[in-house]
Write a protein that binds this ligand. Structure first.
Ligand SMILES: NC(=O)c1ccc[n+]([C@@H]2O[C@H](COP(=O)([O-])OP(=O)(O)OC[C@H]3O[C@@H](n4cnc5c(N)ncnc54)[C@H](OP(=O)(O)O)[C@@H]3O)[C@@H](O)[C@H]2O)c1
Length: 310
């Protein structure tokens, strides 16, 4: 099968398409023919030797987000069968080998693909949407009426977080550059802050939950939280200084790492199919142009997601 492999950490030029052996499903696993693979910041962070690099071995096939069709079900699998359309973020933070024509993974780390979107849009969902869902629902336990601040709201995770927080009944404050504000309001943001012109702590207050997707939260940022409020530090966790400042200010801070979660993906597929959550794909690239996709993503300006097609 064709796969984008890397043999050393480095710039986008280390991503090369090669012919490699097709994986075989073990008992409880399915083999999935990949139609599209989502691109995420952790992909290029790992390629550079950061991110999840310490857990990987060479040759490495990067990528965790996949949408495709079950080709073969291993012994013992009763929930999926050949021909089923599935999507998932299997194996994370171990390698999943998503930038390839085939992936094997435990059956229960997949869910049925949302029926109303194509594979490109389905592949844009798993890692970003699971991050938003797990951070808001499992970690912060957001309730109706709470005020939720989401930074980098126009990106992959952010645009799902805005919609999920709104779905949970929260009042959403979103940071993004000004041209993205009308779109974020359509997605459910009540207030938008142009981070290029205004400091967030000058524009937001009495916030229950901050979902920090920029990774630049400082003790000043904590001033937006009401007493007992929570900051979820999504990129890079929470520094000891920030945790200390939070404790001194009477607010909570927590690091966060997304986990494979088939049942949550099934719930998310239901929201997409019910028309309650939209999936934004800015651009698609063929597998051969994975390096161009990484260059584009690393610029940090993506609206929604970038996706590779096989
Ligand atoms: N811990 C975990 O489990 C986990 C899971 C997923 C993601 N992450 C991390 O979370 C971060 C976000 O991921 P992502 O996939 O959403 O990234 P992304 O899609 O690449 O984010 C791009 C967006 O960031 C916005 N942005 C850039 N700088 C900003 C700033 N200073 N303030 C506000 N918005 C800004 C841009 O908006 P404008 O164009 O409007 O500037 C753009 O829309 C990444 O660092 C990623 O590695 C961690």
């Amino acid at each position: 099968m064709r796969a984008v492999t890397i043999k050393e950490f480095g710039g986008p030029e280390v991503l090369t398409v090669e012919d490699v052996a097709r994986p075989e499903p073990l008992p409880t696993e399915v083999l999935v023919r990949v139609h599209a693979a989502g691109v995420n910041p952790v992909d290029w962070k790992t390629r550079l030797g950061h991110g999840m690099a310490g857990l990987q071995t060479f040759p490495l096939i990067v990528g965790w987000d996949v949408s495709g069709v079950v080709e073969e079900a291993g012994f013992g699998v009763t929930t999926l069968r050949p021909g089923d359309e599935v999507y998932g973020m299997p194996w994370f933070p171990r390698a999943a080998g998503g930038y390839a024509e085939y992936v094997t993974a435990p059956a229960r780390q997949w869910a049925r693909k949302p029926a109303t979107v194509d594979h490109v849009h389905a592949a844009a969902v798993p890692l970003a949407a699971l991050t938003a869902w797990q951070a808001l629902v499992d970690t912060a336990q957001v309730r109706a009426g709470q005020r939720v601040l989401i930074t980098a709201a126009a990106g992959g995770v952010g645009h799902f977080a805005v919609q999920f927080a709104r779905h949970l009944g929260a009042r959403v404050i979103a940071t993004a550059s000004a041209p993205r504000h009308p779109w974020l309001k359509e997605l459910g943001a009540e207030q938008t802050i142009d981070y290029t012109a205004t400091r967030v702590e000058d524009a937001a207050a009495d916030v229950d939950v901050v979902i920090d997707l920029v990774g630049d939260a400082s003790p000043r940022t904590l001033k937006v939280l009401r007493p007992g409020g929570l900051l979820v530090g999504v990129p890079g966790g929470v520094s000891p200084e920030l945790a200390e400042a939070g404790a001194a200010a009477g607010v909570r801070t927590t690091p966060f790492l997304v986990e494979p979660d088939g049942p949550a993906l099934a719930t998310i597929a239901g929201l997409i199919d019910a028309g309650q959550v939209a999936v934004e794909v800015e651009e698609t690239f063929p597998l051969e142009r994975a390096a161009a996709a990484h260059l584009r993503g690393e610029a940090g300006r993506t609206r929604g997601k970038l996706v590779l097609t096989t």
